[in-house]
Design a protein around this ligand. Structure first.
Ligand code: AMP
Ligand code: ZN
Length: 141
């Protein structure tokens, strides 16, 4: 896996041990630590160890390692908190809500009426529109 680092990136600095973090686990490619802004107790972030800004910039091997660690985090949350649910959230770009531009996955326990909301403005396009968009996407795979 290609190592890439950015001097002033907060999560690179955590990975290097230059900034404090409450680490839960790590492996060769990822670091899981508590989110300082925790929405609920148990809210973890899984960050890539190499600097990569977003999901679309990730090599397949790293993307696989990220989700493997997210599942590991979810299993620990399930065992400890027995929550009503678990959310996985991953933002790419400011418009998508990303605030730290070093790729990471949020894994957090959920409870009924815990205040976390996500509005999903469903548009239900017709099938031919879905087919057209899918054909466009296939050209880029
Ligand atoms: P996002 O909006 O997906 O980019 O989320 C960034 C997350 O990183 C937020 O939930 C912050 O609370 C969290 N965060 C920012 N700085 C730190 C830090 N030094 N240690 C732990 N979590 C952090
Ligand atoms: Zn970084």
């Amino acid at each position: 896996m290609k190592e890439k680092r950015e001097d002033n990136c907060v999560f690179c600095r955590i990975v290097r041990g230059e900034l404090p973090a409450t680490v839960v686990f790590e492996d060769e490619a990822t670091l899981a630590f508590m989110d300082i802004g925790s929405v609920n107790p148990g809210h973890m972030l899984v960050a890539a160890k190499p600097h990569v800004a977003n999901l679309q910039g990730m090599e397949a091997e790293l993307a696989g390692a990220m989700f493997r660690s997210a599942a590991r985090a979810a299993k620990a949350i399930e065992a400890v908190f027995r929550p009503a649910g678990i959310s996985v959230y991953q933002a790419n770009g400011a418009a998508a809500g990303q605030t730290v531009f070093h790729a990471h996955i949020h894994v957090l326990p959920r409870w009924e009426k815990d205040g976390l909301t996500f509005t999903w403005p469903v548009k239900n396009p017709p099938r031919d529109e879905l087919e057209k968009v899918a054909a466009q996407l296939r050209t880029a795979l």
